[in-house]
Design a protein around this ligand. Sequence first.
Ligand SMILES: C[S@@+](CC[C@H](N)C(=O)[O-])C[C@H]1O[C@@H](n2cnc3c(N)ncnc32)[C@H](O)[C@@H]1O
Length: 206
Amino acid sequence: MNSTAFWDKRSKQYDDAIRKHEAPFDKTIERTKALLSCSDVVLDFGCGSGEFSLDLAPQVQRVHGIDTSARMIELAKGKARDRHIDNAIFDQKDLFDRSLISQSFSTVIAFSIFHLVDDASKMLARLNDLLPTGGLLISETPCLGERDWLFRSLINLAQKLGLAPTIYSLSSSELESLVSCGGFEILEAKIWDEKNALQWIVARKM
Ligand SMILES: C[S@@+](CC[C@H](N)C(=O)[O-])C[C@H]1O[C@@H](n2cnc3c(N)ncnc32)[C@H](O)[C@@H]1O
């Protein structure tokens, strides 16, 4: 199963589950809000069912969520309508879609997505292109490379059974060097959720 088919199939379940992880979700929202202002135009890369975009929207000028899963985008659009949020737009789009213009966002948020992308260097070069100098990249990534062999073996098995998408095993230092090599200055980097090896990185385009 390719990644888009996987996320299409899991979209409803994902949407139902996201608020159950309330503590990490709230912490991510709180820390992200502290970095944003009302003039920001935000790209939510791999926005899923839009929960982060919709929570951040009242605080910024505009949020544009993109995701390759049509079902995730449908859910995000439906929630934006239900919650009467009109400055969050959602599109089924790849990061390299030509309609996304160079330097047209002040901030990119990328939550739980870097570990799913085939070519992380190419992805970071594109994110760099979409930001002006000084623009912010805010990311949170589960780093499988920081987990023990038992957990990694279980993930491997789940992938083989089609129960998990392809996940790249990044360590936190690998991720930091990918971000730095992508033309960003790292302002903050830490694993703030040890249990899930969630690496939080805030970086500025140089
Ligand atoms: C784990 S979910 C994270 C969703 C959301 N960012 C969150 O934290 O709740 C990963 C999402 O990334 C999307 N995705 C995976 N590869 C992608 C790509 N190359 N471009 C855009 N979206 C992608 C999937 O469809 C899925 O909705």
